[in-house]
Structure formats: C-alpha cells, structure tokens
Design a protein around this ligand. Structure first.
Ligand code: NAD
Ligand code: ZN
Length: 267
C-alpha cells in the first residue's frame, strides 16, 4: 500500500468520531481462506447462484445441501479470524468502534472477540427446521448424511443464513438501521455492498452526513457514489496500517499475529 496519508486521515476521523461502526463483507474473510462471491476465485465462478434460491432449496434440499456443505461448511468450520477481524475487535474494546454490521455468515468477528455484531444475513452456525422452526447448533447435525433433519419432527434443516428470495431477519435489520441513525462514521471493509439492505444502510449513513471510509481491493459503486475516503488495498494490510496510526499500544499484537502466532499464544 502506498504511503499517501490516507490511513493517517482515516485514523484522525476515527479519533474524532463519537459513534463509529464497521461495515464488513466477504473481502474481510478472504485472508481467512473463505472465497468471496464475485471476482477472481469467487464462489459464483464455480457454482450456479440459483441453487441458493429458497424456492430451489425447498424443492431439492439435497442438491443444495451438497453444495452448501462443500462451499461453506467444509471451509468455514476450519477458518480462523485474520488480523483485520482481530483489530476490529480491539477497536471495539477500546471504544473506538461501537458495532460491527456484517453481511458475512462465517462468525469470524465473534471468534476474534467482537461482541456487538449484527449479522445481516444470518450465520452458518445455526440450523433451523423448515417445518417446526426448532433451532440447532450445526454441530448437532451429522453433515455426512444429507439433508440433515429435525430431531423433533423430521423436517429438513436449513442453515440459518439468508437464501436468495428469502426475507432478512427483521430484528437484525432494524437494529442495523438504528445503528446507522446513530453513527457519524462508517468504516467499510471488504464489500461491494451491492444488495439490499447493505446499499440502503450506506445511503442512509450518507444522508445523515456520516463520514464513510472504504477499504476494498478495487473501487465499487459505493466508492463512486458514497465514500469520502477510499483506501485501496488488502483488508489485513490496511487495517494493520490503521492500527499503527491509532494507538497501536501493541495490545493487538499485530506483528505476532501476522507471523501466525494467534489465539492462546497471545496473552
Ligand atoms: P462480494 O464477493 O460481492 O465482494 C467482495 C468485496 O471484497 C469486493 O469489493 C472485493 O474487492 C473485496 N475484497 C476481496 N478480497 C479482499 C481483501 N483481501 N481485502 C479487502 N477487500 C477485499 O462480497 P460482498 O459484497 O460481501 O457480498 C455480499 C454477500 O456475500 C453476502 O450475502 C455474504 O453473505 C456473502 N458471502 C459471505 C462470505 C463469508 O461469510 N465469509 C463469503 C462469501 C460470500
Ligand atoms: Zn422440526
């Protein structure tokens, strides 16, 4: 990343903000080994998105489950948070970020220690019965036998993340809009934010005159229409630069984490 004063500017705005929030998508988890949907190596290059339509799933759950298991469960269950997730969680501990609104379903923000996380699109960790709505931790189901079924009523279990043509969790969506109404700074990391409600949330933030900082590999529609400060680059690298600009009291242990020493190795 070029030294062009942008991370200094971003750090300054974060210091000035009263209620900053992070807004994340698939790009923040790319360095954890989870592919994004679009772009180079994206999931849609391999898989037809129509399999993730709720109507298709309801008709042919076994077909969709075989794909879901391969592209999501086989990867997400082994993925570890990366430096960008950890730095956001430290920023929350330091009161610099109040909430993370994420479109991700991979639970890596919580795994990194973030407490206040709004999962707009749900999570892979929970399964829900399509017949009686009983909820399960995914580890209760044996995904070697697909589709998984409900212990109560034998209905098919569905991952509790949002499929195409399916409604978003209403409470979470409302909480996200409430957060946007409070925020004076949105730090976008790794998303095109093309779909509803991501796009509407950011438009609302703009209307409310919140500052918008965007970290993405490439410019997006958001860059062109809403962003005040675009920092082009890899989420992990940029977040590390930002952390260094902020306190970096080394509470985040940036260097050790970057060398791959994580979790319990770090006091
Ligand atoms: P997307 O695939 O449309 O776009 C990814 C964005 O991340 C792009 O702007 C790209 O430039 C950027 N990016 C890629 N690698 C990056 C990196 N290393 N550093 C910084 N930026 C990087 O993803 P999206 O906009 O988040 O699309 C939303 C949908 O994708 C959501 O529905 C979400 O549930 C789903 N999704 C989630 C996961 C996950 O949970 N990890 C993975 C794939 C898709
Ligand atoms: Zn059931």
């Amino acid at each position: 990343m070029k030294k062009d004063g942008k991370t200094e500017q971003a750090a300054q705005w974060l210091r000035e903000a009263q209620h900053a929030i992070a807004f994340t998508g698939a790009g923040i988890s790319a360095n954890s080994g989870i592919p994004t949907f679009r772009g180079e190596g994206g999931i849609w290059k391999e898989v037809d998105p129509n399999y993730f339509n709720i109507d298709f799933f309801n008709k042919k759950p076994l077909v969709t489950w075989k794909i879901i298991k391969k592209v999501f469960y086989d990867q997400m269950t082994h993925a570890q948070p990366n430096l960008a997730h950890f730095i956001l969680s430290i920023m929350e501990q330091q009161g610099m970020i109040k909430t993370v609104i994420t479109q991700n379903i991979d639970h890596l923000h919580q795994d990194a220690g973030s407490k206040n996380v709004l999962e707009l699109h749900g999570t892979y960790k929970r399964l829900i019965c399509t017949r009686c709505n009983t909820e399960y931790d995914y580890r209760f189901a044996d995904l070697n036998f697909l589709p998984p079924t409900c212990f109560v009523c034998r209905g098919v279990l569905k991952p509790d993340f949002v499929f195409f043509n399916e409604k978003l969790p209403a409470t979470t969506k409302q909480q996200a809009f409430d957060e946007i109404d409070k925020t004076d700074l949105v730090l976008i990391v790794g998303t095109r934010a093309e779909v509803f409600p991501a796009n509407s949330l950011l438009e609302k933030a703009r209307e409310n005159n919140a500052r918008i900082i965007e970290i993405n590999l490439d410019a997006t529609e958001v860059t062109r229409q809403l962003t005040d400060l675009f920092i082009q680059g890899d989420a992990t690298n940029v977040m590390k630069q930002l952390c260094l600009q902020l306190t970096c009291s080394n509470q985040c242990k940036c260097d050790e984490r970057e060398k791959g020493i994580t979790g319990s190795d770090i006091p």
